[in-house]
Design a protein around this ligand. Structure first.
Ligand SMILES: NC(=O)c1ccc[n+]([C@@H]2O[C@H](COP(=O)([O-])OP(=O)(O)OC[C@H]3O[C@@H](n4cnc5c(N)ncnc54)[C@H](OP(=O)(O)O)[C@@H]3O)[C@@H](O)[C@H]2O)c1
Length: 327
């Protein structure tokens, strides 16, 4: 099969598209023939050796795919060859086939195409966990979402609205905000000029937001600590700005606010049944037409450099996928 491989850390141009051995399904695993693979911001870090988890070299990046089960290994129950699935192998997704453990396999409705399936799991499960378990977001509360046009941000806007919050969608350009506006947030905020704090205060009668969803970090995090409401929760989701900020404890004291970490991978390991319940809830929401995942850009497999550039050039609006095999 063909696979996009990282053999030395560096920019996407260092990746190679090569023939490798087909994977073989181990105990409790399936081999998924990949039709579409999703890219996420961490993939771009991983190929540079800058992510908190680095697989051994060489590796194929890509944590989630949509495709059809080709074969199943010993002990795998509930799945068989021919099943259409969304799969979260964790690594190895940018390839024509990938082996996936049972807990990373989910059947998809016939109405869901493979690129939608590929881009569903990571963004929705992260943002739902963040808003539901970590923030315990309540109807009527104000939710500020930073990086609102990106993968996890867009899912947070959509889920925040469904959970009954007043959602302020914030991004760095008007073009991105126009894009997010299709989800009908209650307010739009452009922080492209560097100001977040005063704009949030103006939109919240000077009180600040009850919950702040932050996948960006850096200066926006610093300002978020200063425009959070009494009893507010600041969700630490990621650091796309490139700077891991420091939390000023005096601000937590003065505002009665909390900084709350969000780590999907650990949640999945520590609380597997809660994770499964979240996932089922999300698929039910999709089946009821309440969620509309938006894949905006889909590149042929050979154009993987262009796909990675959407992230490194800060251009993401919605989900970005690679088309590995035509449907
Ligand atoms: N904690 C968890 O369990 C978990 C799970 C999934 C993802 N994450 C993290 O969440 C973050 C977002 O992931 P994603 O896949 O949703 O990313 P994405 O689609 O690229 O979105 C990231 C957003 O960050 C903003 N941003 C600000 N400065 C940036 C910069 N210098 N370069 C690129 N983007 C910048 C961009 O919006 P503006 O231009 O509007 O600012 C962009 O929309 C990543 O740090 C990822 O590691 C964490």
């Amino acid at each position: 099969m063909k696979a996009i491989l990282c053999k030395s850390y560096g920019p996407p141009e260092n990746l190679v598209l090569e023939e490798v051995e087909d994977p073989v399904a181990g105990e409790n695993e399936a081999i998924v023939e990949v039709y579409a693979a999703s890219l996420n911001f961490p993939d771009g870090l991983q190929i540079q050796g800058k992510y908190q988890f680095q697989p051994p070299m060489p590796f194929s990046p890509g944590s989630e795919v949509g495709g059809i089960i080709k074969s199943v290994g010993p002990g795998l129950k509930d799945f068989q060859a021919g099943d259409r699935v969304m799969a979260t192998p964790g690594i190895g997704g940018l390839a024509e086939q990938v082996s996936v453990n049972a807990d990373g396999l989910r059947k998809i409705p016939d109405s869901m195409d493979f690129k939608t399936a590929a881009g569903f799991a990571m963004v929705y499960t992260t943002s739902y966990y963040a808003l539901k378990q970590r923030a315990q977001l309540q109807p009527g509360e104000t939710l500020l979402v930073l990086g609102a046009s990106g993968g996890v941000g867009l899912a947070a806007v959509e889920l925040g609205k469904l959970m009954g919050a007043r959602v302020i969608a914030a991004a760095s350009t008007d073009e991105k905000l126009d894009f997010v506006n299709r989800l009908q947030p209650d307010a739009l905020l452009n922080y492209g000029d560097g100001d977040l704090k005063e704009k949030v205060k103006a939109l919240t009668d000077g009180k600040g937001a009850d919950v702040i969803y932050d996948p960006v970090g850096g200066d926006l995090f610093d300002q978020s600590c200063r425009c959070i409401n009494w009893n507010g929760r600041l969700l630490v989701v990621g650091f796309t700005s490139g700077r891991i900020p420091e939390y000023k404890a005096n601000l937590a004291l003065l505002k009665g606010s909390s900084m709350v970490g969000v780590f999907l991978g650990r949640f999945r390991k520590e609380e597997p049944s809660e994770y499964e319940k979240n996932f089922s809830d999300l698929l039910a929401m999709y089946n009821q037409g309440k969620l509309s995942p938006i894949v905006t850009e889909s590149f042929p497999m050979a154009e993987y450099v262009k796909a990675f550039e959407v992230f490194s050039q800060r251009r993401v609006m919605g989900k970005v996928t690679l088309e590995i095999k035509a449907e």
